[in-house]
Design a protein around this ligand. Structure first.
Ligand code: ADP
Length: 367
């Protein structure tokens, strides 16, 4: 399902740039291939250019440079309603004066479909989101979650092969949002549609997507599967943006053969895996996930060095313990450990030793 070359791509951005004011670029030389049937999420902080990319794909914005391909055709000049793309936005955009049924029927009417075909399609789309019994209600008579389901049904009613979603769950409370994530994912799988999804919520992106494109400042910082993004961030932006992350600043002391040693600012030397640093003496930020750190009382991973730490705070979270430590001069080093039998609770002020496998410490360029 994942496009391996631009020739396999169902959607392709090719050297796409966008400027709104003719001066600054908010999308900078974007190249992205999306496979047929793929669930691709554009994830990034506010202002990073995600919505602009989605709007260019939908046809509501034009690219300043480059081209956008859909199923092998350049769609730069194709107006939005001729692209055959379904869309769902955060603010539902249902017509308030129409019933649910009329809201869904409308896009079919615009396409010139006859009444009985329309009724069959509307029923099928409402059944997909389990809302057929609401067909005669108006949007104001529905909850936020129900309205969003109708918006989803409306995007699917004309059998689009591509559906774009821009923060579709942003207005819902946490529980409903998580429930809807699974519903959308399930619909994606059962209908075999291609979805391009925009969110600033990394949990949502990791849960739902086949691949995630992490945006910052108009560029894709990394395009990868959720597990690769989390386990193997390419740079310090991605490491910080995805999940929780400990960072230790230092200097590369030795490097070669896929390994390096890093001298931390406080003098300790640790083993790490070089990612985008290549020279001895280079500044680096070593990135380590909180759940990859072990403490001395446990079996240390093979090849691990230990380093001194002092407990600042110990939080009991039921199934997990969260320990904040002072390590190499910083008070912000966090360990997450499972509450397993025999796992000892720690007290503030306690001195311990911690360690990790060298492959879990990633030496990144600080930029
Ligand atoms: P994101 O979806 O990642 O939050 P956007 O694509 O909405 O980012 O915005 C990227 C940049 O483009 C921002 O700096 C934003 O202010 C600017 N921008 C977005 N839409 C417009 C517009 N219609 N006119 C001018 N600037 C815009």
């Amino acid at each position: 399902m994942v496009a391996t070359s631009p020739n396999d791509a169902f959607v392709a951005f090719e050297h796409v740039q966008k400027s709104y004011d003719g001066v600054s670029l908010v999308v900078k030389d974007l190249n992205l291939s999306i496979g047929k049937g793929e669930f691709l999420t554009m994830l990034g902080p506010s202002g990073s250019g995600k919505t602009t990319c989605l709007m260019m794909l939908a046809g509501f914005e034009t690219a300043t440079h480059g081209r956008i391909m859909l199923d092998g055709t350049n769609i730069n000049e194709v107006p939005p309603h001729k692209r055959g793309i379904g869309m769902v936005f955060q603010n539902y955009a249902l017509f308030p004066h129409m019933t649910v049924g009329e809201n869904l029927s409308f896009p079919l009417e615009v396409r010139g479909m006859g009444k009985s075909d329309r009724e069959a399609k509307v029923k099928r789309a409402l059944d997909m989101v389990q809302m057929y019994s609401f067909i005669n209600r108006r949007p104001a008579q529905l909850s936020g979650g129900q309205q969003q389901r109708i918006a989803l049904a409306r995007a699917l009613v004309f059998d689009p092969s591509l559906v774009l979603m821009d923060e579709p769950l942003g207005a819902l409370d946490k529980q409903l949002r998580e429930h809807m994530q699974f519903e959308i994912k399930h619909l994606h799988e059962s209908l075999a549609i291609t979805v391009v999804y925009v969110t600033h919520d990394q949990g949502e992106a990791l849960t739902m997507s086949d691949r995630v494109a992490v945006f910052n400042d108009g560029r894709i910082q990394q395009l990868a599967t959720p597990s690769d993004l989390y386990e193997r961030p390419d740079n310090s932006f991605v490491a910080q943006f995805i999940g929780e992350n400990n960072k230790l600043p230092g200097t590369i002391e030795s490097i070669g053969d896929g390994k390096c040693t890093v001298r931390l600012e406080t003098g300790e030397v640790i083993d790490a895996t070089p990612v985008n640093v290549s020279t001895k003496g280079a500044k680096t930020l070593v990135s380590i996930r909180p759940e990859r750190v072990e403490y001395k009382s446990e079996a240390m991973p093979a090849g691990a060095h230990t380093i001194d730490a002092e407990v600042m705070e110990f939080i009991y979270m039921g199934d997990m313990f969260r320990t904040r430590l002072r390590v190499a001069g910083s008070d912000e080093f966090v360990i997450k450990s499972r509450n397993t039998l025999g796992q000892r609770m720690l007290a503030p002020g306690e001195k311990i030793k911690i360690g990790w496998a060298p492959q879990d410490a990633r030496a990144l360029d600080p930029m």
